[in-house]
Every structure is written in C-alpha cells, then in structure tokens.
Design a protein around this ligand. Structure first.
Ligand SMILES: [Fe+2]
Ligand SMILES: [Fe+2]
Length: 356
C-alpha cells in the first residue's frame, strides 16, 4: 500500500497488512498541541438579499431557535457519576475494559480503565466542539446566502453550549481533561484551513458532524447514567440539525459542481476519514494503555484479527456519514472499494438519515 499523498504519511506504520497512523514521538505530539495559531484563508461574502432564498435552511434556523437549552440551568448537575460504579456496559462499548475483563483482570481495575478511556473520549469530543465553534464562525462570513448565515450564526451558540456542557461535565464529574490527540489536531486544522466555504462545509458539517452524531448515539444508547444520557441526548438533537445543515448546503453545492470538483470533494472526504480510521484509537492507547499493561500495537493487532472487526469498525461510519456521502454522490464506484477494504463500509445498509 503506497503512502504517497496520504495525510500524515510520515506517521504511517504497519500492523500486519493494515496501515496505521501512529504518533510515538512525544516531542512531535507536544509541538502539535502547542500550535495554537493557525493561519486560515477566509473569503468574506456580503449579500443584500435579506429575504429567504432557501426555504429548507430557514426552517432549520427556526428549529434551531426553538431547540435552545441552557447548559447550566436545564441540566440537573446534582446527579452523581460515581467512580466506583459502571456507567457504560462492562464489555463491548469501550476497548480497554473489554480486553481487561477478558484477560481476567479484577473489576475495579477494569472500571478505572473505563474511566480513563471514557474521559479521554469526551475530552476529544470537547476539542472537536471547539473546532466546530471556530469553523461555524468562519461560515457566517463565508457562506453566500443570508439563510446560510442565519443558520451558521445559530449554530455558533449551539457549539458554544456544547463546549460549555462537555467541559463542565469533565470538570465537575470526571475531574480530568485530556489533551487533544495528535491525529485529531492535524485533521481539525486541515478542516479549519480548508480554502473555500464548500470544503469547510463538507469537512466540518458533513464529515465531523456526521461522525459526532454516530459517536453520541452510541454513548446515549449504552450509558446507564441519567446525567450523561441527558447531556448527550440534548447535544445529539443539536448535532443532527447541524448535520442536516451540512446536507442541505452540500446538496446545492453538488448540483452546481463539475465532475472534477465532485472528484476532488470525494477524495477529500475519503482522505480525511481514512486518516482518522488509520489511527484505530492508537492515540488513546499510547496515552492510557501502558498503565494497564496493554501494548498499543498488540491491541490493534488483536482487534484487526477479529472476524467481526469490519462490523465493529464500520458502525460509526455507517451510522450517518457514509449514508450521507453516498446520497450526495461523494462515495462512488471509484472509491467505494477502498472504504470497504479499510473497514469503513460494511454491508449494504445505506439508508440515509432523513433531513426534515
Ligand atoms: Fe457540537
Ligand atoms: Fe455541531
């Protein structure tokens, strides 16, 4: 498998036949995290058309206004998240506790691993929310229609609320905030620095919002903690509106695109998600695995060798992002075999999430 032209080609390694993205150099990771100022191109676009031109977008904006909630006062923050109780299934939902339980490790240690892994996941979602906030701010400048500016403006406050609610959850209930994973930092910077509003919308609104909807849904279905479930459900309702914004905007973009532009977007979507998939949780495992005697590469090797790996791995992709890209014509016969080969598409379930 060639590494030419791939994102993060310097960090590619192999576990068996599978090509991973794996950061092992702490200095490189530190340098990425210290990169706080990012130079992003931004085309500011005025419009004098204040009436609604895209009715579906204006309706979505109305839904957004009605769907506002207050992260401080609408959440019952007195609900506990006890550290000595399971709040996610012991097996199947999180990687480290599942492996440790199978290995006969005592339950208290497995719960501790679940705590580390889950707080790591929520920390990454929080950093992603900050990126969404910044990107959405860019979209208010760059989008061509007033409807899109209205919607992007309303999404800005949604993303502020998500940053607020997840950071408060980590601070008040988990007592820890993990730094951003290097792979995620690189990919988010790429989306934030995408040159046009079309690419920014595709990257953030379709790819990352779509992934977020899948991850939030998995957590909401799995958790037994009422506080966590309430927070995730609320965020999820907002996120599905955001994903709908992405689809509505992209539907228009696709209509106006040439074949060459379509192929460019198709390749961009694939390369971003391919790099994310190539990490296979190695960033998390490098940080937390050694504490539990887990060797990151061995864990990935075990996972990749499971017969059900394509089903497990493709779940989050197949939830929203793949059906939406398929529907937009951004996964075609040209690229679909690669998605399948890398375990990002499995089976034939392509029913898209309905945009209302
Ligand atoms: Fe969000
Ligand atoms: Fe969002």
């Amino acid at each position: 498998m060639s590494t030419t032209g791939k994102i993060l080609s310097d960090y590619r390694r192999h576990v068996g036949d599978f090509e991973t993205v794996d950061f092992v150099d702490e200095d490189a990771i530190g340098a990425l995290r210290q990169r706080l100022d990012v130079d992003v191109p931004l085309d500011l676009h005025w419009t004098w058309e204040y009436g609604s031109e895209v009715e579906e977008l204006r309706n979505l904006y109305e839904r957004g206004k009605k769907g506002q909630w207050n992260a401080e006062t609408d959440i019952d923050w007195s609900t506990p998240l006890p550290r000595d109780e399971w709040f996610m299934p012991q097996k199947g939902a999180l990687l480290m506790p599942s492996l440790l339980l199978d290995a006969g490790v005592d339950e208290a240690t497995c719960r501790e691993a679940a705590w580390d892994e889950f707080s790591h996941l929520i920390s990454q979602l929080l950093h992603g929310e900050q990126a969404a906030l910044q990107l959405c701010g860019q979209l208010t400048n760059a989008c061509p229609t007033m409807d899109a500016k209205f919607y992007a403006g309303s999404q800005v406050i949604d993303e502020v609320r998500h940053v607020e609610v997840l950071s408060k959850f980590l601070q008040r209930k988990m007592g820890v905030l993990h730094p951003i994973d290097p792979t995620l930092k690189v990919l988010l910077d790429m989306l934030l620095a995408a040159p046009t509003w079309k690419m920014k919308t595709l990257g953030m609104q379709c790819l990352f919002e779509g992934m977020a909807v899948g991850i939030f849904d998995q957590i909401a279905k799995a958790t037994t903690n009422p506080l966590l479930r309430d927070i995730i459900r609320r965020v999820q309702i907002d996120e599905s509106r955001h994903a709908a914004f992405g689809i509505l905007s992209m539907r228009q973009v696709v209509k106006e695109s040439t074949q060459a532009e379509m192929e460019e977007m198709e390749d961009f979507a694939f390369s971003i998600l391919e790099a994310l998939n190539a990490n296979q949780q190695l960033d998390m495992l490098r940080r937390h695995g050694p504490k539990y005697g887990l060797d990151p590469e061995s864990v990935v090797g075990i996972m990749l060798s499971l017969p059900e790996w394509p089903v497990i791995n493709s779940e989050v992709f197949m939830h929203t992002v793949v059906p939406n890209l398929k529907r937009l014509g951004l996964i075609t016969e040209r690229t679909e075999p690669q998605w399948r080969r890398l375990g990002m598409i499995h089976g034939d379930r392509f029913e898209p999430v309905e945009v209302q």
